[in-house]
Write a protein that binds this ligand. Structure first.
Ligand code: MN
Ligand code: MN
Length: 464
């Protein structure tokens, strides 16, 4: 028997039945990813899946019994889900939490300008991006806008086959001599990341009227959505890549698509709680799933993990299960959490930024990351050894293929997740998610088998 720890690829060891399961799970996931282009849409899609599986709104229930399945939508952009267990809440609950916001280009509050015969939307990038990756690719426009009567209008343009798309026209190499001398951080000025939305002049304007292309765009928007320019100030509209999720490679082993950080773990979290509830019937521990917003910008705001809305949700569970008098802090203290977020996979041509022994290889399973942060573990959520032991033991007993990872070499960068916020509440928590290549790019890459293993790992954690 070897005493060495070795990473093993999953594909070589799965039975044909398991390979087929992985393939069909991957296809459902890819379908979800194509629909869940924003946090609003991720919540809508998740709620539809939950309702189809017997989950109802928490507001519809005054009393919660073991086996009950409920969800709570926090301001359209984050979602908490519970399956009530038969045991005492004070002994803790099992929580899996992922995020559903992804890097993108948000519209500025007053976005529409006209320059050199083009109408443009000015943007402000959201989350950590390499700006050049977003130039000269097809973009789709998604989000919501409220008109002056307070009506909410949903916008989705760019992904149906007959939809137009949008783009940022990058500078041609012939005239980029000065630009190419700048370093990669500076050569795209974020103030110039304006997206082309039109080029035709309105025929209704008088001769002397300026900005006829802008006028034409406003007219089109008014006819289609009944909105005026001022209404942009009451909108949340974003450009995201306008291409569909695809298998990558002649052997179709990888998945390429936008927003896999962290909708790959979000989808797994939702499917895992549904299937765990189905498979165990009534469990001892209450299961909680959450998919939250604003992780990419530091988990600030009402729909982020930092929001006390989650505490309110737990209060409601305590109240409605007739567990009055139970201290929410004690529930947290005894709870176990998987912080379901992706991590960096070792990139074939950039192995030098990874510590291979401590890196996550695509295809070798879900990655457990004991700690995140950067440098001397600054801002890290560092899981307790005793909790690592529990999670690893659970996965070992249930044949979950996992690997032990860190984000990269010390000093090469760093990152964080929602883990520290749950640690702050007193929960045991460890990061545990799918390895990704080209994270935060318009086309992120995962392994089909890691994606499937992520779901199996979360389901096992709930069933424990
Ligand atoms: Mn993430
Ligand atoms: Mn991220």
């Amino acid at each position: 028997m070897s005493l060495k720890y070795e990473k093993k690829d999953i594909y070589s060891s799965l039975s044909q039945e398991e390979l087929d399961n992985a393939n069909s799970y991957a296809k459902s996931y890819m379908n979800f990813l194509d629909k869940a282009r924003t946090e609003y849409l991720a919540v809508e899609e998740a709620v539809e899946i939950l309702e189809n599986n017997g989950f109802i709104s928490l507001d519809e229930k005054n009393i919660l019994e073991p086996g009950d399945r409920v969800y709570f939508i926090n301001k359209d952009k984050s979602l908490y889900v519970a399956v009530i267990g038969s045991g005492e809440l004070v002994k803790g609950v099992n929580i899996v939490g992922a995020h559903i916001d992804s890097p993108r280009l948000d519209l500025k509050p007053m976005p529409l300008i006209e320059k050199s015969g083009a109408a443009l939307f000015k943007t402000q990038f959201y989350g950590g991006i390499k700006k050049y990756q977003w130039m000269s690719i097809p973009l789709a426009l998604y989000g919501v806008v409220y008109n002056k009567d307070g009506e909410k209008i949903k916008v989705a343009i760019g992904e149906n086959d007959d939809d137009p798309v949008f783009t940022i026209a990058d500078l041609l190499p012939h005239l980029a001599k000065d630009q190419m001398k700048l370093n990669a951080n500076d050569f795209i000025d974020p103030e110039k990341m304006s997206v082309i939305v039109g080029s035709l002049k309105s025929k209704d304007c008088g001769e002397e009227e300026k900005e006829k292309v802008k006028q034409n765009i406003l007219k089109i928007l008014n006819e289609k959505y009944n909105i005026e320019e001022i209404d942009f100030a009451r909108s949340e509209l974003s450009f995201v890549p306008a291409f569909k999720t695809k298998f990558i490679g002649l052997d179709r082993g990888l998945i390429g698509g936008y927003g896999q950080d962290d909708r790959v773990c979000a989808y797994a979290t939702i499917m895992a709680i549904i299937d765990a509830a189905e498979e165990v019937g009534i469990s001892d521990k209450t299961m909680i799933a959450m998919i939250v917003d604003k992780e990419e910008i530091g988990s600030m705001g009402t729909t982020s993990m930092s929001s006390r809305a989650f505490d309110m949700f737990i209060n409601k569970i305590i109240e409605k299960t007739n567990s009055m008098g139970v201290d929410k802090l004690e529930v947290y203290y005894n709870s176990k959490v998987l912080s379901a977020d992706v991590t960096a996979g070792v990139s074939p041509e950039y192995e030098d930024v990874s510590d291979i022994q401590n890196g996550s290889m695509l295809g070798c399973g879900i990655s457990i990351e004991k700690y995140t942060g950067s440098g001397g573990k600054y801002n890290a959520s560092d899981a307790n050894a005793s909790y690592m032991s529990k999670v690893m033991g659970l996965f070992d007993r249930n044949n979950i293929r996992y690997q032990i990872g860190t984000l990269g070499k010390i000093g090469k960068g760093g990152g964080g997740t929602i883990a520290y916020i749950l640690a702050d509440k007193g929960c045991e928590v460890v990061d545990c998610g799918t390895p990704v290549l080209a994270m935060h790019s318009p086309f992120e890459v995962t392994s089909k088998y890691d994606v499937y293993m992520t779901y199996l790992a979360y389901k096992t954690f709930y069933k424990e």
